[in-house]
Design a protein. Structure first.
Length: 235
């Protein structure tokens, strides 16, 4: 069994493993636990009562966090004709058509988000094996396949994040930096959790949220009272 560092053991002492914390309390404690030598992200981990093996139980959507993520994303837009100019005016970081597709096929990945117009998806489809595993493949469901490039670029720059359930039925997503003030982190956490609740598939039966935890990138997880948090979101 791997030995825990002195820092990690000290963090463990601050968390009551037998307690389910309130969402606000958990966010505040997770912020306190972010003691690494860099600005850690705070992450939400939600175990859902869905079977991702079934297409009708997939959980995937987006949410614009009210205070952003603390990370400025470099956005690539793949378009044609007049839409190239529109993307440039919307302050996309990289804009092009088939030339961008070929560049990515050649190994270029100096960006964090990709938007494409519907007419370019025939070419962009070739990038599935590259962008898919990185969670950057454009999709109409997440608003990244669209002709409304100005809105799409603006939302991503403002803090729009995509979340999706993994093969174990868990959603993992960062919702801000530990350097954010507590209130902003709490509001971001509420927005993310609310979006996950809203994304519940119609085919999901029984208890939807099995467990909820908040943790800094390099720290200890804090268990949250999921039932109380759901009521909090509904208020």
């Amino acid at each position: 069994m791997a030995k825990r560092s002195k820092r990690y053991r000290a963090l463990l002492e601050k968390v009551d493993k037998n307690k389910l914390y309130g969402l606000r309390e958990a966010v505040a404690l997770a912020k306190e636990l972010a003691t690494a030598k860099f600005d850690e992200s705070l992450e939400m981990h939600v175990r859902l009562g869905v079977d991702p093996r079934h297409a009708d139980q997939q959980v995937r959507s987006t949410v614009v966090l009210p205070h952003g993520t603390g990370i400025t994303k470099r956005v690539v837009v793949i378009a044609s004709g007049e839409k190239i100019k529109e993307a440039q005016e919307a302050d996309a970081d990289f804009v092009g058509g088939d030339d961008i597709v070929q560049k990515i096929e050649g190994g270029w990945l100096d960006f964090e988000a990709v938007i494409a117009t519907p007419d370019m998806m025939k070419s962009v489809g070739r990038l599935g094996r590259i962008l898919g595993p990185r969670g950057m493949m454009p999709s109409a469901k997440t608003g990244t396949v669209t002709f409304d490039l100005a809105t799409a670029v603006k939302e991503i720059k403002a803090g729009k994040v995509e979340f999706r359930v993994d093969k174990f039925g868990i959603v993992h997503n960062a919702f801000g930096k530990a350097s954010f003030d507590e209130e902003k982190l709490y509001e971001n956490a509420k927005a993310l959790f609310g979006a996950i609740l809203k994304a519940k598939p119609a085919a999901a039966k029984g208890q939807y949220v099995k467990s909820l935890a908040i943790a800094p990138t390099m720290g200890v997880g804090v268990k949250v009272d999921a039932a109380a948090a759901q009521k909090e979101i509904a208020e």
